[in-house]
Design a protein around this ligand. Structure first.
Ligand SMILES: [Zn+2]
Ligand SMILES: [Zn+2]
Length: 222
């Protein structure tokens, strides 16, 4: 049976359940990093299937606060569909259970946590600020490391815990070297970096609708 509700109840010693839950929490962070890195570094707005997601990442690098000006569904829709897809595939593979449910529920909220990392603290509920302060979810200060120059580090967007490990291992540069060696494909240049040319016209057109902050405008003019 694909859906055995009994498997939604964790069984076994409490420490085993806790270790599994922490592992799933860190796995969600790692998966968020893999997806974010692949969208930031490969493909383009016209890539079949993934073009739209890549375009959102390009916009996010040009206008980091845009994510706070759209509806919650617009911000989390893509991650919600990915999480549902993982849940469906996992279920078909016979992995239905509390672990898969937890992975999907946490995964569904990665971009919501990311949005909170870009929000002004006074706009957030005190419980969200408390979760950030307790380092349960990613803090704005930690996420700012990804948006600093040259924007090729700290891709995990859910917690503060996986990024330091992956950066120490030089994981992303290693993965890029492997891909370049095996396929000859090199990472895409980030067109939001200072000196990399004019801001794309479609970003400027969006500015008419969503006013960028003075800080974002200064960064675009740099
Ligand atoms: Zn990025
Ligand atoms: Zn961001």
């Amino acid at each position: 049976m694909f859906f055995d509700p009994v498997s939604l109840v964790p069984v076994g010693p409490w420490w085993s359940v806790l270790v599994q839950a922490i592992g799933i929490y860190l796995l969600v962070d790692f998966i968020s990093g893999i997806l974010h890195w692949s969208e930031d570094r490969y493909g383009s707005e016209t890539t079949p299937l993934f073009g739209n997601a890549i375009k959102k990442n390009i916009l996010h690098h040009h206008r980091p606060r845009h994510i706070t000006r759209i509806t919650l569904w617009d911000a989390m829709g893509t991650t919600a569909f990915i999480a549902l897809g993982i849940f469906a595939v996992g279920t078909l593979l016979g992995l239905f259970g509390w672990q898969l449910l937890l992975l999907s529920l946490l995964g569904m909220n990665v971009n919501t946590v990311h949005r909170w990392a870009h929000s002004t603290p006074r706009d957030l509920h005190w419980m969200i600020r408390a979760l950030q302060k307790a380092r349960v979810i990613q803090t704005p200060q930690h996420h700012a490391l990804h948006h600093g120059l040259p924007r090729v580090t700290h891709y995990c967007a859910f917690t503060n815990w996986m990024n330091p490990v992956l950066e120490r291992l030089r994981f992303w540069r290693g993965a890029e070297r492997c891909i370049a060696t095996l396929t000859g494909i090199h990472p895409r240049e980030d067109d939001s970096l200072p000196g990399s040319g004019p801001t794309p016209q479609w970003v400027l057109e969006l500015d008419q609708k969503f006013k960028p902050s003075a800080r974002e405008r200064r960064a675009a003019e740099a």
